[in-house]
Structures are given as C-alpha cells and as structure tokens.
Design a protein. Structure first.
Length: 430
C-alpha cells in the first residue's frame, strides 16, 4: 500500500498522471481543503456577511476572482455551521468545486430547471438563488430520507420556486420527456476526488466499483438528455454533467458514450480555469470536443477533484437506436424478400404438382375408359361365341383399341357363303 491506497487505485492514478504528478496528487488528497461558504444573495450581501462573521472572530477572505458569492474561511473561534447568520439562511456551507457546475449552467430567471441528484440541496439552492426565485426548479433524488435535508436547507435559505420529489433518474426521460430548459446532473460517483473528506475511499473503492458507477452514470446521462427540451424559446437545451471523481471511466468515457448515442455536442463551460479533459487515455481515443470539458485537481487548484462538462442537445434523434432500427429494417426487408421468393417457389411447385396430378388424372380417366371399352368388347365377343358353337379354348383379347378395330373389320369380311367362280365362256368359230 502507498499512502494507505489499494494497489489497483495507485496503478490507475499512475496511468493518468506521471510518477511525479501522481505523488503530488496523493499527497494533496490527504490534506484538508479550506472551508468555503456561499453567500445566499436572496437574504444577504457578501460584504455585510463578511463583516458580521469577522465580528464573531472568523478570519476569512474572498474565495477567488471567478466567484462573487464565495468566502474562504481560514480560522474561526465559533462553529461556522451554527452561527445566527447560518441559522437565518444567510450562507450555505459548500465546497468551491461544487459551485462550478451551477455556474456553468447559465440559468436565467423564469427557466424550467431539473436537478437530478439534488440532496442535500447545496446546488439546488444556488440555482434558485441565480434565478432570483423566479421560474421552477425540480429537485429530484432517489432516496426520500436524503430529501429531508434538501427540504430543510431550502426552507432555511428562503427558496420559494423549488419542488422536491423522489424519482429514479433513469426513468426521468420517459416520465418527463422534453420538459426542461436546463438540467444539472451531479451524478453519483466513486468519490475519488474527495478523498480528503472521506479517507475510507482509499481502501473501499475498487476498479469494479468504478465501472459500476460508470454504467449508472451512462443511464442517468442518456435519461437527462431525453428530458431536455432543445426547442425551448428561452434559449434552453443545455445540461451540465459533473462528478466528484477524477477517474476517466466516470468522466470522459461517459461523455464519449453519450456522443455516440444522442444528437448532442459539447460546448464551452464558461469556466476560465481548470484543465481540459482527456482526448486520449491508454489505448482509448475520445472525440476531440471532449477537450472543452474541465477537470479540477487538489494538487493544482487546491480544490476537490471534480469534473464538469456542458452539453447542448441538438435534436431528439437517437443515433444508436436509429442505426439499430435501420439494421432491423434492412433485415426485415431481406427476410421478406426471401419469404417472397420461397412463396413463389412453393406456388410454382404446387402448380407443377397440380399439372402433374391433372395429367395423371386424365391418364387415369383414359385408362378407365379403355378398360370399360375392353370389358364391353369382351362381353360382345362372349355373346357371339354363345350364339355359335362354344369354343372354350378361345380367349378374349385385350389388344389395343386400333388392333381390336382391325380385327373386328376382318371378322366382318369373313362369311360362310360359297364364292362361285366365274364361268369360262367357250369361243366357237363362226
């Protein structure tokens, strides 16, 4: 073990980073991140909140130039999560990295927004704050017990345009198709980017766990695209996908899978910091636009490991499904043609059989007529033989019809009358 990690995790990090950078990442993941709070502009201003907290013995600074609502707390003599300002809903404890997906969404007042993994409500409340309590935000999560914290935080922060519900995110695309202007999917992940907050990840997460998470993320992401409305008149059709993991299997591979299944494209996140996403990893090659996504690392940005991708839906086409349908249609056409050819062959065989059977029937009928004629002729011969002297040795002939007629003619010519010879006249001399 290295730094208390499983060997397979260390090998995976070495495949992502070089040896030196991998060592920096492992060391930074063991260090705690600075405590960050987000000012709730629905109830307070950052300047007023900073002054109030400083009076209570809190030493703080603005988070960064890219954030107008973040405060970084260095030291505090009072519990930050139990001050009167916190209980009044003036701020929310939230990491700096988790603010980036909401900033990348670019929500506007009046939008119809879906947060697919809302609990405990940090990102949901930030979305409502940016929308100024106008529009609708659907905050969904699979587990009802997790939504209790979401409801409590939304009430405390003064949010009035959010609706909490409990749906399986994999079925959202079927339950509410083409219903939202913007969607946020902060997908469940392995947590390989927040090891400083949960050290148990070092020994509990394995690569099969990462693959299982990636499979779930693909299902959720495809369902989110199906629920997105690309024809929105409010300039919608955008969604943000984010994870708190640095694994390529949960980030770039999932995005690349989506590009092959739906008619979407990646757009700029609008974040001017962070490293671009990988376009190649080991033997795998991803779409060049994957470089527009953003990665955040503990050893580079002093933030939790995070991944953010912004996606635009172009149409309702389903690439994989359409190809399958085309293949099925071609297969059906081919099978129909084969069936038609087989049917024609069968009909031809049947017609030939009918002809043969008809010819056989005619032959049978002719043979039957011949037999009947032969029987009649035989009976006539017997009657003739009965009129004259009986000749037991005489047999009835069953010669063909032509020969029988010839024999009958010859029989008619024969008679018992004597033929007299012409008398010779004597010539006498004069």
């Amino acid at each position: 073990e290295l730094f208390g990690y499983l060997q397979e995790l260390v090998d995976y990090f070495l495949s992502m980073f070089g040896p030196n950078e991998c060592l920096e990442f492992l060391e930074a993941s063991d260090r705690s991140r600075p405590l960050v709070v987000r000012v709730n502009t629905l109830k307070a201003r950052r300047k007023d909140l900073a002054a109030a907290l400083m009076k209570r013995g809190v030493r703080l600074d603005p988070l960064a130039p890219w954030s107008k609502v973040g405060l970084k707390i260095h030291e505090s003599t009072v519990p930050v999560g139990a001050t009167p300002e916190y209980l009044a809903g003036h701020y929310m404890l939230q990491s700096a990295a988790s603010m980036c997906p909401v900033m990348a969404m670019g929500v506007k007042p009046g939008d119809r927004v879906l947060d697919m993994s809302a609990a405990p409500g940090g990102k949901t409340s930030y979305i409502c704050q940016l929308m100024r309590n106008k529009g609708v935000v659907i905050a969904s999560d699979l587990k009802p017990e997790r939504q209790k914290a979401t409801v409590a935080n939304l009430h405390r922060l003064g949010v009035r345009n959010a609706v909490t519900c409990c749906y399986d995110g994999r079925k959202i695309g079927v339950l509410m198709p083409n219903s939202f202007d913007r969607i946020l999917l902060d997908a469940p992940c392995s947590g390989l980017g927040v090891i400083s907050r949960d050290p148990s990840v070092k020994v509990q997460r394995t690569m099969p766990d990462v693959k299982r998470c990636a499979h779930l993320q693909k299902e959720l992401l495809v369902a989110a695209i199906d629920a997105l409305n690309h024809k929105s008149k409010k300039g919608g059709g955008y969604m943000v996908y984010s994870t708190c993991s640095v694994a390529v299997a949960e980030n770039e591979e999932v995005i690349n899978y989506l590009l092959s299944k739906r008619d979407v494209k990646l757009v700029d996140t609008g974040l001017d910091f962070g490293k671009p996403g990988f376009t190649r990893f080991e033997h795998k090659r991803f779409h060049p636009s994957v470089a527009l996504t953003r990665r955040f690392y503990p050893h580079v940005h002093n933030m939790d490991g995070f991944y953010v991708a912004k996606i635009q839906k172009l149409s309702d086409k389903r690439k994989g499904v359409e190809e399958e349908d085309k293949n099925e249609q071609t297969a059906e056409k081919a099978s129909n043609e084969v069936e038609a050819v087989d049917a024609m062959e069968v009909e031809g065989d049947k017609s030939e059989e009918k002809k043969i059977v008809g010819a056989g029937g005619q032959n049978q009928q002719q043979n039957a007529k011949k037999r009947k004629g032969k029987k009649k002729r035989g009976s006539n011969d017997r009657t003739r033989n009965d009129d004259g002297p009986r000749n037991k040795s005489k047999k009835i002939s069953y010669a063909p019809r032509a020969e029988q007629q010839v024999q009958n003619v010859q029989k008619k010519k024969k008679t018992n009358a004597k033929v007299s010879k012409p008398r010779r006249m004597k010539i006498t001399g004069m």
